[in-house]
Every structure is written in structure tokens, then in C-alpha cells.
Design a protein around this ligand. Structure first.
Ligand code: SF4
Length: 347
């Protein structure tokens, strides 16, 4: 597992507020003001000129056994956030606290050990599995890396995992390229589960699959959550899937969360104009329930030079003068609903 490092900028960018939703229970995952900025270089000597602010101050909490959906258009920073949480990319700033432990404080070997508690399932089951390895080798890799040296013990664990994800034990001796997309994603899920993690970060886990297979994999994820008490950070652009699977939902735009809260509250009463346009774009089969669509105009601003006010101002039908000058912060709108929009600032 390689780790990319997003170098720290010399001067910190203005941060989004680091507030998180207060809950009684200690969360399994507590992300506080996470930023991931990549240096942009130019010329033969690769002189660093600017920063790409891929994630620019993201805060949220996730309780054990719950699912948080992270949604937004491609390029909004949701996948980079997932990699930042696992420290596959080292965050530039902010804290990622897993089970009460700040990952930033850990020595490299301790961080490697903690990674067994949080695993990733990737979007593309074709690219994420080595086609030259047999399934048993793919599943044995994480066990070996975490000190399971006994071969019989590994074999037993691999067989258990194949049972859990609904694959024949005989598949252990076959190569990954011999399987269909759905079967490969089951192998990817088995690989993620084999170390008994508490948190799975699923990055568009069904986006590359046929629609008929998507439902099978989503049902498998739900069953596994019920059986093992897993927490999921479910990264997706598909809002129908998020509504079906997630207790809470966070909407990202240009590296920041613009709305977060209970999924039913967000879907029944979206308050941010960007969330409203995302929901308007969900296909509805019953023509009587169809709403008039607001088509977004304009482009997403560059993450190299985000606008000083609201990043959505250039596309927002409700934008007013203040939006172009002052960046809105997340404000509580109810028990579990926060929105970053001047239309909903407290009076
Ligand atoms: Fe639109 Fe202004 Fe709200 Fe941004 S702050 S979403 S521009 S109304």
C-alpha cells in the first residue's frame, strides 16, 4: 500500500469551520477540518506555483454501525476525502480520529496497524484486483501483512470470507480475471473484510457494475453491516442508492461540505440550492411526481483559485451580492441538519 503525500502549503488557506455535529456517543470516525492540497508545479525544475485545494476543510462524524453517504459531482473531492481518511493520501491539515485516536499522532508502524480497522472497497473491480494472482493470494495478502503467518489459519479465514460474500470456496484457486464484475466486487469486499475492520470506505462500489448486479452488491453490503456492525462511508454520485443505504448524507461541492444531516431530512427538505438541483436530477418514473428541473449553468470554479465567497455563487439561481463576498459556514437547521448557505443564516 503506497502513501501519497499532499505537502503542507506554506500558508494555510482560509478554513471552513471545524464544527462537527455533537452527539452523546463517541463517534467511530471523527474528521475535523481535513484539508488535502496538492502542489501544482511548472517548468523543467518543477517549481511549485500554486495549490490545488482538492479537499478544503471537511468535518463530519460517523458512528459505529452507521452509514454516511458522501455525494457530489465528480471532482468535488469526495474520493480524495476517502483516501485522506485512510491516509493513503496524507492530509495537509486537520485531524482524522478513529476510535478516539488521532491518526496524525501515530508512528508509521502504529498507523499501519490501525489501518486494519478501516479498509477500502474501490469502484472498479477490474482494476483493483491483480489479474495475475489467484483469489487465495489476493485474500492472503492483508493477512500476511498483519502477521497471520500460519498457512492453515489463513486458509480457514479465506474460506470463511468466501462464504460470507456468497462465493464458492473452490473459487480460491482461480484467477481474478476469470470472474464477472459482480463476483470481482465480492472478492474486493472479502479482501476488505478479512481483517475484521470496523469501518469500510466504499468508493462508488457499484458504479462500474450492471444495474441487475448493483442491487445484489448493495444488499450484500447491507447484510454485512447487520452481521458485523460495520460503519460505511459510502461515496457515490447516485442519490437513489444513497437514500436507500445511508442513515446520514453529506453533500460536497468544490472540496467542502455544503449540507449534511439525516438522510430523510436532506431528501425531503433539501435546503442548499446545490442539493436541490442534485435531487431534481434524479429520474422519477411517475410523471405526476416529476418536478420542474433546474438545469445548472456555468462551470465548477477551479480548485486552484476558489472564489472568495460561496463557491456555488456562479451557478446559483438564488445568488445575491453577499454570496460573492462572504463564504457561508455550516449552520444548524434542526437536530441533525446543517447547511452552508446565506439564505439560511440565523437572523
Ligand atoms: Fe446560493 Fe448564496 Fe446560498 Fe451560495 S450562499 S448557495 S450563492 S444563495
Amino acid at each position: 500500500m503506497t502513501t501519497d503525500t499532499a505537502t503542507r502549503p506554506e500558508t494555510a488557506a482560509p478554513g471552513q469551520d471545524d464544527r462537527t455535529i455533537a452527539t452523546d456517543k463517541q463517534p467511530l470516525l471523527d474528521v475535523q477540518g481535513m484539508k488535502i492540497h496538492f502542489p501544482q508545479t511548472k517548468g523543467f525544475i518543477r517549481k511549485q506555483t500554486q495549490w490545488v485545494k482538492a479537499v478544503d476543510g471537511v468535518s463530519f462524524q460517523l458512528q459505529a454501525g452507521q452509514t454516511l453517504g458522501l455525494v457530489g459531482e465528480s471532482g468535488c473531492g469526495k474520493s480524495t476525502s476517502g483516501r485522506g481518511i485512510t491516509h493513503l493520501i496524507k492530509p495537509t491539515e486537520g485531524r482524522v480520529i478513529l476510535n478516539g485516536e488521532d491518526l496524525e499522532d501515530l508512528a508509521p508502524e502504529d498507523l499501519r496497524q490501525r489501518r486494519r480497522d478501516m479498509q477500502m472497497v474501490f469502484q472498479d473491480p477490474y482494476a483493483s484486483l491483480n489479474p495475475r494472482l489467484r483469489v487465495e493470494d489476493i485474500l492472503a495478502e492483508p493477512l500476511k501483512a498483519h502477521g497471520v503467518t500460519n498457512k492453515a489459519e489463513r486458509r480457514q479465514r479465506i474460506n470463511e470470507m468466501l462464504d460470507v460474500v456468497g462465493l464458492n470456496r473452490g473459487f480460491a484457486l482461480r484467477y481474478a480475471h476469470e470472474f464477472s464484475g459482480g463476483q470481482r466486487q465480492r472478492i474486493g469486499i472479502a479482501r476488505a473484510l478479512i481483517l475484521n475492520p470496523k469501518l469500510i470506505i466504499a468508493d462508488e462500489p457499484v458504479a462500474a457494475l450492471d444495474v441487475s448486479i448493483q442491487a445484489q452488491i448493495l444488499n450484500l453490503l447491507k447484510d454485512l453491516q447487520a452481521d458485523f456492525g460495520l460503519a460505511y462511508l459510502f461515496i457515490s454520485h447516485d442519490l437513489s442508492v444513497v437514500r436507500h443505504l445511508c442513515n446520514r448524507t453529506a453533500v460536497m461541492y468544490l472540496g467542502r461540505i455544503v449540507e449534511i444531516g439525516d438522510t430523510e431530512q436532506i431528501f425531503s427538505n433539501p435546503m442548499h440550492p446545490y442539493t436541490q438541483t442534485l435531487l431534481d436530477a434524479i429520474p422519477v418514473s411517475n410523471p405526476r411526481l416529476r418536478r420542474e428541473r433546474v438545469i445548472l449553468k456555468g462551470d465548477v470554479p477551479s480548485p486552484v483559485d476558489p472564489p472568495p465567497g460561496c463557491a456555488f455563487a456562479g451557478r446559483c439561481p438564488e445568488a445575491h451580492a453577499r454570496c460573492r463576498e462572504e463564504r457561508p459556514q455550516l449552520q444548524a437547521q434542526g437536530t441533525d441538519h446543517q447547511v452552508a448557505c446565506h439564505l439560511h443564516d440565523p437572523a
